[in-house]
Write a protein that binds this ligand. Structure first.
Ligand code: P53
Length: 477
């Protein structure tokens, strides 16, 4: 019993969280570039443009833009078979609505992909990972506007054509389902450049926006396959399974209902049509959505080849609980309660390795499409010692436990799994809090929450451990 020989071990990042190169290149501002730094108790603020005197951690990130050769060399040393990152939309179309793409931006990704391919590392590319052009958000309302479909599809087409011989694995939108949490501004903003709270009915606005984005995703998939039939184009969702707190039937039904919200985007992207629970809900709530016959055809013609997903945690719901979650960043709901069998990280994220096996089974049974774990990992506070070493046994414990469960899903349950790319394989800016302090990497980067630090890279203990895992194809954990 073992994982497939061509299993894609690697690591994952997203342009806006590590590239930097924002103010000194032709790159335009993205929705992420107007988000300030925060922490677990202070939310990031979305500002109206870049404001003097405020700190925007993504502007420098870890400056991969000027360190990519050094960083990719380290990934190669760990034996990466693939590397997941995203193309910053604003490097290719700085404003989003231009006629012509930007050559400097296109060239940067040629250089990065060439460098990866030099070491035999396959690029796995997300087209849009929380980095829509700020101009599209501000002037068009992001994906609240039907026009944005065409802007995205054009961006996708330019990328597919330019990199058709360098990139085989693609994903359309990162964690497209985060915006289901329409009460917290950060999700609508980063997914779609939209502020759902500004609309009379934020929930309806979210579904309208989501619809346009689903159409954009499907159209991109179709065009991609026309450009290169060998492309494998996936979607990407945040998979946070929802457990019933007890065997009380009402808890079971509640978790089923809440999973509908989790599955919604994935159902449409995998099946090419709206699930009946959603259509019924639109009817029951009196939603009047702009969904045309053309759109329905586009959805049907652009189903995904595989499902990419992030897995960090599970959630547990109790039908008798009611709490305020308007500020929640961990996918919890008003019925969420602590799971007494599970510990949480310093950021309150439940650590549940077996939940990964459960998630893989749930998804594979539902869709029977190949799966790809494109994010998983442990955000923690690391300490770099005087001698440059960094001891992170907690990270190794977390990843080992998840890999064990992932292997069971493949080797016992028969799940078709393409690969595993732990999140933040080199330290980067946290998405939810904008901190550097919440670290995920095998590689430590000397950079702090306030922007101080030399940006020097050094290996953590987990670096050699992961190298061994990859070399043994997951046998030596
Ligand atoms: P940080 C939950 C809530 C928000 C984003 O997050 C999430 C999840 C996980 O399901 O997803 C991702 O950096 C996201 C990455 C992000 C990563 O979680 O706040 O795709 O961009 O960095 C980790 O610890």
């Amino acid at each position: 019993m073992s994982l497939p020989k061509d299993f894609l071990w690697g690591g994952a990042l997203a342009a806006h969280q590590f590239e930097g190169g924002v103010l000194d290149t032709t790159k335009g501002l993205s929705v992420a570039d107007v988000m300030t730094g925060g922490n677990v108790s202070t939310p990031r603020v979305i500002t109206d443009g870049v404001k003097e005197g405020l700190y925007y951690p993504n502007h420098i990130g870890i400056d991969f833009y000027h360190h990519y050769k050094e960083d990719i060399k380290l990934f190669a040393e760990m034996g990466f078979k693939c590397f997941r990152t995203s193309i910053a939309w604003t490097r290719i179309f700085p404003l989003g609505d231009e006629e012509q793409p930007d050559e400097e931006g296109l060239q940067f990704y040629d250089d990065v992909f060439d460098e990866l391919l030099k070491y035999g590392i396959e690029p796995v590319i997300t087209l849009s990972h929380f980095e829509m052009p700020y101009h599209l958000a501000k002037e068009y309302g992001g994906f609240m506007n039907r026009k944005t479909i065409d802007f995205f599809v054009k961006f996708a087409e330019v990328c597919f054509k330019r990199y058709k011989d360098k990139v085989k694995y693609w994903m359309t939108f990162n964690e497209i389902n985060n915006q289901m949490n329409y009460k917290n501004d950060i999700f609508g903003w980063t997914n779609s450049g939209a502020h759902f709270g500004n609309y009379d009915n934020p929930e309806e606005a979210m579904y309208q926006c989501g619809h346009y984005e689903l159409v954009a995703s499907a159209k991109a998939v179709k065009i991609g396959h026309e450009i290169n039939p060998n492309f494998l184009i996936g979607n990407m969702i945040a998979m946070v399974p929802i457990y019933p707190f007890s065997c009380r039937p009402a808890d079971m039904v509640l978790s089923t209902e809440m999973m509908h919200q989790r599955w919604f985007f994935c159902d449409v992207q995998c099946r090419g049509h709206y699930p009946r629970y959603a259509l019924k809900m639109f009817e029951n709530k009196g939603f009047n959505l702009d969904i045309t016959e053309e759109d329905k055809k586009a959805l049907a013609a652009g189903t995904v080849d595989y499902i990419g997903f992030s897995y960090y945690m599970t959630n547990t719901v109790d039908s008798t609980a009611h709490k305020d979650v308007s500020k929640s960043l961990d996918g919890s709901s008003e019925h969420s309660v602590a799971n007494p069998f599970i510990k949480v990280s310093d950021w309150g994220w439940a650590i549940d390795p077996e939940g990964l096996r459960y998630a893989l089974n749930q998804m594979y049974e539902r869709y029977e499409k190949p799966l790809f774990i494109v994010e998983n990992g442990f955000g923690a506070i690391d300490k770099k010692e005087e001698d440059g070493s960094c001891h992170d046994p907690y990270r190794v414990d977390y990843l080992r436990a998840h890999i064990e469960q992932m292997k069971k899903a493949v080797e016992i349950d028969g799940v078709d799994l393409m690969g595993y790319t732990p999140w933040g394989c080199i330290d980067c800016v946290s998405f939810t809090t904008g901190e550097m302090k919440k670290r995920y990497g095998f590689i430590y980067v000397d950079r702090n929450n306030d922007g101080s630090g030399t940006l020097e890279r050094s290996k953590k203990d987990s670096f050699d451990w992961y190298k061994k895992v990859v070399a043994s194809n997951g046998e030596d954990l």
